[in-house]
Write a protein that binds this ligand. Sequence first.
Ligand SMILES: Cc1cc2nc3c(=O)[nH]c(=O)nc-3n(C[C@H](O)[C@H](O)[C@H](O)COP(=O)(O)OP(=O)(O)OC[C@H]3O[C@@H](n4cnc5c(N)ncnc54)[C@H](O)[C@@H]3O)c2cc1C
Length: 543
Amino acid sequence: MIQTETGTDAAPGPDYDAIVIGAGMSGLYQLYRLRELGLRALVLEAGTGVGGTWYWNRYPGARFDSESYSYAFSFSKELLEEWNWNEHFAPQPETLRYLNHVADRFDLRRDIRFSSRVVSAHYRDAAAGWEITVEDGTRFCARFLITAIGPLSAPTMPRIEGLDSFTGQSFHTARWPHEEVRFAGKRVAVIGTGATGVQTIQEVAKTAGHLTVFQRTPNWCAPLHNSRIDAEEMARLKAGYPEMFQRCQETFACFLHTPDPRGAFEVSDAEREAFFEKLYGEPGFGIWQGNFRDILTDRRANAAVSDFVARKIRQRVKDQTVAEKLIPKNHGFGTRRVPLETRYYEVYNQDNVKLVDISETPIERITPRGVQTSDAEYEFDIIIYATGFDAVTGSFDRIDFRGTGGQRLKDKWNEGPRTYLGVLVDGFPNMMMLIGPHMALGNIPRSIEYNVDWVTGLLRHAQGRGLTRIEATEAGVTAWNDHVKSLGKGLLSNEVNSWMTGVNTNVEGKQVRIINRYSGSAPAYRATCDEAAAAGYAALTQT
Ligand SMILES: Cc1cc2nc3c(=O)[nH]c(=O)nc-3n(C[C@H](O)[C@H](O)[C@H](O)COP(=O)(O)OP(=O)(O)OC[C@H]3O[C@@H](n4cnc5c(N)ncnc54)[C@H](O)[C@@H]3O)c2cc1C
C-alpha cells in the first residue's frame, strides 16, 4: 500500500495497518513481527539510522552494563549463530554495528522512514485510526500506533543561564557528533556524574590536557571488569545460549544476576564481607542485582553494602577530601541506577583532573569562556553535558498525543503515567507502548522481546476477529496502577530522587516523585500479561 501524504484535514483512512515510532531495538523487532503478521507497517524514526540508544549515544566510553550476549536479540537462531561479540560489555560502536546488521539481515530498512521526527499523533474517531504528523509536515494514517520511543531517549540540558554564550565546543552526550572529537591538549569540562558521566569521565581523562568534573550528586559506582572475548570463548558462550537465555527468563530483572536468597544479616560478619568482596571483584551488575535479597529493602542491609563500597572508594582515591566528596551521602547503594566503571575513582588521582562539588559552589552560569561557579570562573575549550534524560515519560511529553475527544496524553499523565500493563491507555484506542511507563525494565532487550511478542499477539487477535478498535478500560488502568503502586512499597529506591522515580530538576513539572516503572519481578509481569492474553484480553473493550 502506498503511503498517503495528504497534508489535508480530511478524515484519514488507514493507509497503514500499523505505524511504529522509533527504530531502536523495540521498533526494529516490532517491525519484524508486524511483517510476519502480513500487516502493512511503517516505522518513523527521528535519526538518520537505526539503533536508538546506540545510534545517539556516541560519547567517548559509551558501552553496555549488561553482558553483550545477554543483551542481544534472542528471537533468531541464525542471528545468534552468526554474530560474534568482541567484548563482554561491548562499546557503543560494536552494538551499533550489531543493530545495523540486524536491520540489513532482515531487510528492515525498506519500511523505515528516517529523519522523520513525529510531532503529533491524533486519534480520529471516524476512521478508528491514528493520524501521525512528522516534523516536515507529512501526515501518515494507520489503524494501530505503536510507540517505541525509548525510556532514555529525550536528552535534557541543565537549566543554567548562558548555555548559548559559550564560544568553545559543547555537546550533550546523547547528541554526540558522528565525527571524532579530540581532547588532547584541551581544557575539558564534564557536567554530570550519572552512568553516562562516569563512562565519559574515565575515557576523556585518558587524553584531555585538563579535565574538570562538575558533580552535584555522587553516585555509587562499582567495577565493570570488562574483558575481551576470543574465538574459543565465543564458541563456548554460543553453546550455552539456550541455558543463558533461559536464566534471563527466570531472574528478577532479566539479568544474568539475581538476588541471593539470603538476608545480609542471616550470615556472619565475615561471610557478609567476603560475599561483598566477591561481588565487587566480579564483572557486571552482580553487586547490585545479585546481592543479598534485602539490600534494596532493608535499611540495615543497605547500610552494610553502602559502607563496604564507601571503604572501597576511600582505598582507591588518594586524597581523602576528594574521596569523601565522591561518596554519596543522600542515598544508599543501589537505590539509584548503579554506574559501572573502569578505573573511574583512580581518575581523581591524576594531576590533570579536578573535581568541583557544585553542591558547595553551585554553577551560576555558562560564560563565553567557560563555567562560572559561586567562587570562580573556569575556562574551557570543550564542555560536555552528561545531564541525562527526561526519562520514561519524556519522549511521550515531546509528542502531542491526543486520544478520543482530543484529550492530551500529557494532561492525562499530569500526576504520573496511568497505563494498563504498561502497554495501553484508556482514551487512547489502538495505541500500544513498547518499554513505556509501568513496564519491567531490567536487562531491557529481554523485556523488549516479551513486550513486542505480547503486542503482536494482541494484533493477531484483532486481525483474526476483524477488530478495528481496542482500548483499555478505566477500571483496568486503575487496577494496574494500584498494583504497580503496591509493588513499589518498601523499596528504598522509591524514597530517593532519581530518573526511576520521575524526578528531574532540569525539567519543569518533574520535581515530585512518582512511580513510573514496574518494580515487580519480570517473571511475575509476564505471568500477568500471559493471563490477560489467555483470557482473550477481556479487560479491553474490543469492537
Ligand atoms: C548510554 C546508555 C546505556 C545503556 N545501557 C544499557 C545496558 O547496558 N543494558 C540495558 O538493558 N539497557 C541499557 N540502556 C537502556 C536502553 O535505552 C535500552 O536497552 C534499549 O536500547 C531501549 O530500546 P528502545 O528501542 O526501546 O528505545 P531507544 O533505543 O531509545 O530507541 C527509541 C527510538 O525512538 C526514536 N524516537 C523518539 N521519539 C521520536 C519521535 N518523536 N519521532 C521519531 N522517532 C522518535 C529515537 O530517535 C530512537 O531511535 C542504556 C541506555 C543508555 C542511554
